[in-house]
Design a protein around this ligand. Sequence first.
Ligand code: ADP
Length: 451
Amino acid sequence: MNGKIFNAIWSVAIAVFLASLLFIMGGLYDYFSEVQEGQLKAETQMVSQGVVLSGMDYLNRLETKNYRVTWIRADGTVLYDTAANSGDLENHLERDEVKLALAEGYGKSMRFSNTLSDKQLYSAMRLPDGSVLRLSVLQKTVWTMLFGFAQPVCIVVFIAFILSFILASRLTRRILEPINSIDPDRPMQHFKEAEYKEIAPLLKRLHEQQEQMKCDRKEIEKAALIRQDFTANVSHELKTPLHVISGYAELLETGLAKDEDIKPFAAKIRAEAGRMTSLVEDIIELTELDNGGSELVWETCDLYRISKNALDSLETVAADRNIHLELHGESSHLQGVSKLLHSIVYNLCDNAIKYNRENGKVLVQVENERESVMLHVRDTGIGIPEDCRERIFERFYRVDKSRSKEAGGTGLGLSIVKHAVMIHKGMVKVSGEAGEGTEFIVSLPKNIRKN
Ligand code: ADP
């Protein structure tokens, strides 16, 4: 038992006890002093009467053990003293009590002895003949009184120490019991705020932390599920082209394919291998983004230039389907990762071409705003039904599976877009009427604080 709480309680208890002891002693001392003074005065009056009646005879017969009696003539010479030979004593006229008695009839005073451990009380009375009778008594100081009480005081102090120890141990236990019984998983359980106001903030913080941890756990579990799902989907997506490739390869190997089929079969194998390549490329890109993109290079990028490059590389694909590409806007700079910005524009434009109609149009616009750069990618294609818009950013989600596959889609393009926009702390929205084309709007803050 030498913890902080225990020590604090114990020392407070002892301090309070010692302070009370001193106060009580002080009070008692004052009381006894008053009583003693009163007694001394009464005694002085009594002896004075005796002396008035019988003079020196009375004093010679007087038996005093506790008092010193002095009879002083009006001129200050000592006539009689119980403590010393009266002849040896100096003139007493200058003593306070004697002066007072001569002037007012009665006087008292107090003087410390040389050692300061004791003090002497004097009480003097003027007699009708002008002489003064003085009685004095020894009064103990607080310290001598305490010293005199040494034994009982020691016993009381000892008892107080033991009692304080027991009290402190019990109090410590009572304070700590509910704290130790707190269930860290459910800190607010059994908690009555009115009873334990002092630890309420601690418990509330613990509770909040628990809730935060629960949320974090849920997020981690969700992420693990997504990863599992993703792996299963990847395997599935890879299996199909592999089956096709090995099927055609087998036909070629066994010589079952006719000569005129060899070319189209080889083309099919190449197409499927191409599909696998884009799938693997997309997976690599997404995995990189999943890992937090710590190796990404942040620099000042011009989204207009990046869009121009992306459109240039899609020119032939668009031309194949007679789709017209247009870029509007102006040079717009922002802090970003050029590779990812390119990915955003490329994937959105690739989709705008893939899901467009023959002779359609793709309109890209880059706008320079005060705080952000806006990218609009509008097409005249098949559109996205309202109820699918929430899900198109999910991995491997496709509105029309066969159309996507036919167009060489991997189902990962928009997930990459969403992820890359998030890394730039931006936002992506879809709008447009189903069947009337689609518009993707991306807003990217110009300056983001990287953490
Ligand atoms: P994919 O590789 O299949 O294109 P994405 O993740 O890029 O995968 O897109 C997901 C789905 O969203 C697509 O399969 C398609 O159904 C739909 N989609 C995306 N962009 C467009 C668009 N511009 N017009 C119509 N549908 C689109």
